[in-house]
Ligand binder design. Structure first.
Ligand SMILES: N[C@@H](CCOP(=O)(O)O)C(=O)O
Length: 461
């Protein structure tokens, strides 16, 4: 299996190289050269298997020979032992034809753990083979940061720096990033929004002196391995509802487009997915782009679903690459136009995208109302992101069973949930003292050279 860049001008890599490289050297994102297809019998055979075995079967063709089969199985087993639910990603029924896929039973209570725990294991195994050390720099709007710290904290050969937008994540999310005591993880509160943080990460990858000097690695979903690990729960949930003998639909609360892109890959692999619904909050650039072709930023507005407060969704580039017939030059020129605020998707590309993705938007008031209505109707307490998904899914219900991804635990957003329902969700016992732990964070202005200098200064050699 070979990996190519969405901008067409970077070296072709193996799975292991793509995982350790992060962003391609031409600024693009790595994607598989071809997507392996599973036939009906192979998909049907997944039904009833443990999550770990499904993960192995779905991911194996993408990994190629980089890890031996037994090694991959061992890494998968280690990745998911810390999850608080035997099914890993259980399905809960919300209505006659509507299911919720709970993806928040991992160590940091968000879907990010599914991929981050696994790439933590895989990157450590890869580093053990080469004896190298790496510096991970990541951007987060709330959930990726703590998941990355949890996966890499305490390692002697990995330093982790996470930039988050100061004042724009929930208090629980912030404390999850500022309270780990391990000296190799660093929380940086940036005076800016998530898009600024993500732009800094990409700029660091495009600064080759810095990139090569610190041996930069990425664990945001720019890293293909992150997306791959998320493909698995589309299969596990769909087969439990009867796939491949019946189709299912998915609604995905969407910020950086990585999670829904994993669904798109599952569909390309042969999973019968009818609708793939992109659910946005008031930061609705993806909804606007998919409905009208106008992909233009208009400022990140803070919301009660902060992890989705994003305007420049990096994985949309992967979808555009396919929509433009895998023409790297065309994608590179769209990304150039992004520097001045946006672009218009060509008619042909838009038609391709609209044949696969539908979309909807959920306002702040609708988010709150959905948390409250879902609790009353089903007893399920949703986090605000999952509520965005449920609201938009409700607008798209049809004959096909709909699976909405519940991306985080409500206890990460106690204020929003309490305002909506009067109930204040409690943290699990292992995190019960989160508010007593001392915080360690560095406030930084949105100044790339200054942040790079700080990272260089903090690096352990
Ligand atoms: N919503 C994310 C933003 C980063 O996304 P990623 O999937 O690219 O890591 C967050 O919560 O941090």
């Amino acid at each position: 299996m070979r990996y190519i860049s969405t901008r067409g001008a970077a070296p072709v890599l193996t799975f292991g190289e793509a995982m350790m490289t992060g962003l391609a050297r031409d600024g693009g994102l790595y994607v598989p050269e071809t997507v392996p297809v599973m036939d009906k019998a192979e998909i049907a055979a997944l039904a009833g298997l443990p999550y770990e075995e499904i993960a192995f079967r779905v991911m194996k063709p993408f990994i190629g020979g980089f890890f031996a089969d037994d090694e991959v199985k061992g890494l998968i087993a280690k990745a998911y032992t810390g999850f608080g639910h035997a099914a890993r990603a259980p399905l809960v029924q919300l209505g006659p034809n509507h299911f919720l896929l709970e993806l928040f039973h991992g160590p940091t209570l968000a879907f990010k753990d599914f991929a981050m725990q696994l790439i933590g294991q895989m990157m450590q195994a890869a580093l053990a083979k080469t004896g190298e050390r790496i510096t991970i720099v990541g951007a987060t709007s709330g959930d990726t940061g703590s998941a990355a710290m949890e996966a890499f904290k305490g390692l002697a050969n990995v330093d982790v720096f996470i930039m988050y937008p100061h004042g724009r994540v929930s208090e629980v999310q912030r404390r999850q990033m500022t309270t780990p005591s391990e000296s190799n993880v660093h929380a940086l509160a940036v005076d800016g929004d998530f898009d600024d943080c993500q732009a800094n990460v990409k700029a660091m990858f495009n600064d080759f002196d810095f990139r090569d000097g610190v041996r930069l690695a990425g664990v945001n979903s720019i890293n293909w391995a992150r997306v791959l690990a998320q493909v698995v729960y589309y299969f596990s949930s769909a087969v439990s509802l009867g796939a491949p003998h019946r189709a299912v639909s998915f609604t995905v609360p969407t910020g950086n487009f990585g999670d829904i892109f994993a669904g798109y890959i599952a569909r390309k692999m042969g999973l019968p997915i009818d609708q793939l619904v992109v659910a946005t909050n008031q930061n609705d650039i993806l909804h606007r782009a998919l409905s009208t072709g106008d992909h233009r930023t208009n400022g990140v507005k803070p919301s009660i679903s902060p992890s989705m407060d994003i305007q420049v969704s990096s994985n949309f580039e992967r979808a555009l690459f396919d929509a433009y017939g895998r023409d790297g030059k065309a994608v590179a020129s769209l990304m150039d136009e992004m520097k001045s605020g946006g672009f218009t998707i060509s008619q042909g590309a838009l038609q391709m995208l609209q044949g696969i993705f539908t979309s909807g938007r959920c306002s702040e008031a609708e988010t709150s109302a959905t948390i409250s209505a879902t609790l009353k109707a089903t007893g399920e307490l949703l986090c605000p992101h999952s509520a965005v998904g449920v609201k938009v899914a409700n607008d798209h219900l049809g004959q096909t069973p709909m699976i909405t991804l519940a991306t985080a635990h409500p206890a990460k957003f106690p204020d929003a949930v309490e305002t909506a329902t009067g109930l204040r969700p409690g943290l699990p016992p292992r995190m019960a003292d989160l508010f007593e732990r001392p915080e360690r964070v560095t406030r930084v202005s949105n100044d790339l050279p200054a942040i790079q200098a700080l990272i260089r200064e903090r690096l352990r050699r």
